[in-house]
Design a protein around this ligand. Structure first.
Ligand code: 5AD
Ligand code: SF4
Length: 451
């Protein structure tokens, strides 16, 4: 007994020393959800090698910037962030600084040349053995080999607590839209096995998550040994304790009746929301973008989706100012928006990217026209979003309860299938309950259910 006490006190003294000897890592994530997921995978790998997560770069021994190359602006942000972090390297030369993700893949040599204080450059397929690189004495390490196979099977991401767990089901892209750098930074499509995804999904639910969002650059191009996306959705829908299932982002080319049948069959477990990137409304621009569909095809798809799931919320991505886009072409984009009335839209000015086919096209829409088109598009989307919010008043919706509302202790908040926040009275609801309530009001970007 006395010995047990002594051992315990010894442990109390030694543990803080042991902790202070452990290396600390800090990850800053930019860009898409796939990067968020990859950062969680990296955190899992580093923790399994006795690193501990630090919440500030100041006291980390390893700083990783997980980067995005999709638009030039995203890369500029990283360049200036690296400039800011240089003073930490100057003060602590032992600190390891890494640039990982899409920009590492895209700009490896440029980064080392212009910022020689960066130690580690890892592409999106090179994270599995990061611990070996960290042991190396070399000043610079670059590994940006793209893999035909790496899907990070068997690695469990270190997720922050919450309601939603992201699960990557496929990586890479074979579509080669002419403006997009992703096929060059993330390589060819490859999918995980259904079994490994179901296992990760069940583990996440057992660890306290209620919702799962399946992730992939082209999530519905999922194909593992001939087993396709609808089969995967059916398998995940059976995960014990799962309250809501989402996925992002599908490509219109791979949206078919079978997918909508699964939506209808598993409603409301599979959220009635689909992100359907339009990119542009004019057939000329769609062709130059290599989007593989016409406006007519896209609109028919929207009709088909609404036929199977009438209350499906549809969101989108749109680019303005693609090379050669005329004012007339742009009006076609507005026409599609007026037809679909998206719940929300991510909107971008075209940004030329190296390696892509469009890089060699004349970026001939002036900055002024790009800005004017973007402003008009955003205003129209705002109008549609408000209409969609107002349409919901008086309707009963499924809400996944998240917790207390920040503004009022007597109220709680949750999310609709379309990811909209709803505020409602506390009653005896608990986080992760799936409840049905009538929407009574819509203000700004919040919905209310107060009677
Ligand atoms: N310029 C502007 N937007 C782009 N996107 C992809 N590449 C570019 C580019 N070169 C947008 C697309 C895509 C979203 C993730 O980013 O709309 O769907
Ligand atoms: Fe980029 Fe097109 Fe692939 Fe999406 S589908 S990642 S936009 S190339």
């Amino acid at each position: 007994m006395i010995w047990t006490h002594r051992l315990f006190f010894l442990f109390l003294h030694i543990y803080p020393i042991f902790k202070s000897m452990q290396k600390r890592f800090y990850i800053e994530t930019y860009g898409c959800q796939m990067n968020e997921y990859d950062s969680e995978i990296l955190a899992g790998i580093l923790q399994s090698h006795d690193f501990i997560l630090s919440d500030s770069p100041e006291d980390a021994d390893l700083i990783l910037l997980n980067t995005c190359s999709v638009r030039e602006h995203a890369e500029q942000k990283i360049h200036s962030r690296l400039g800011e972090l240089k003073h930490l390297k100057d003060k602590r030369p032992d600190l390891k600084l890494g640039v990982i993700g899409c920009m590492a893949q895209n700009l490896k040599n440029d980064i080392i040349k212009s910022k020689p204080y960066v130690n580690l450059i890892l592409g999106p397929d090179s994270y599995r053995h990061i611990d070996e690189y960290l042991d190396s004495e070399k000043k610079h390490i670059i590994d940006t080999k793209l893999s035909k196979y790496e899907v990070y099977n068997g690695l469990f991401p270190a997720r922050k607590e919450g309601i939603n767990a992201w699960i990557s089901i496929m990586r890479g892209c074979n579509k080669f839209c002419s403006y997009c750098i992703v096929p060059y930074t993330r390589g060819r499509e490859r999918s995980r096995s259904i079994e490994s995804i179901v296992e990760e999904a069940q583990k996440s639910i057992d660890n306290g998550f209620a919702e799962i969002t399946l992730l992939g650059q082209n999530v519905n191009s999922f194909d593992h040994e001939g087993r396709k996306f609808p089969e995967l959705l059916r398998a995940i829908a059976k995960v014990d304790g799962l309250k809501r299932l989402r996925y992002t982002s599908p490509h219109p080319q791979d949206v078919d009746e079978e997918l909508m049948r699964v939506h209808a069959e598993f409603k409301p477990l599979i959220a009635n929301h689909i992100h359907l990137p339009l990119q542009a409304g004019s057939d000329n621009v769609l062709k130059a973008m290599n989007r593989t569909y016409t406006q007519e095809h896209y609109l028919k798809l929207v009709d088909m989706i609404r036929n199977f799931v009438p209350d499906m919320g549809i969101t989108t991505d749109i680019i303005v100012g693609f090379p050669g886009e005329t004012e007339e072409d742009f009006r076609e984009t507005l026409k599609v928006m007026n037809y679909v009335k998206y719940n929300s839209a991510y909107t971008f000015k075209y940004s030329p990217r190296p390696y892509t086919k469009a890089w060699n096209m004349d970026d001939n829409v002036s900055e002024e026209d790009k800005s004017a088109r973007l402003t008009e598009l955003i205003a129209l989307q705002k109008k549609h979003t408000l209409e969609r919010y107002r349409d919901m008043i008086g309707k009963e919706v499924e809400i996944l309860v998240e917790g207390r509302s920040k503004k009022s202790p007597e109220e709680m908040k949750g999310r609709t299938a379309c990811n909209k926040i709803v505020i409602f009275p506390k009653l005896d609801y608990k986080p992760k309950d799936m409840i049905k309530r009538k929407i009574t009001d819509a203000q700004g970007v919040s919905l209310f259910s107060r009677s």
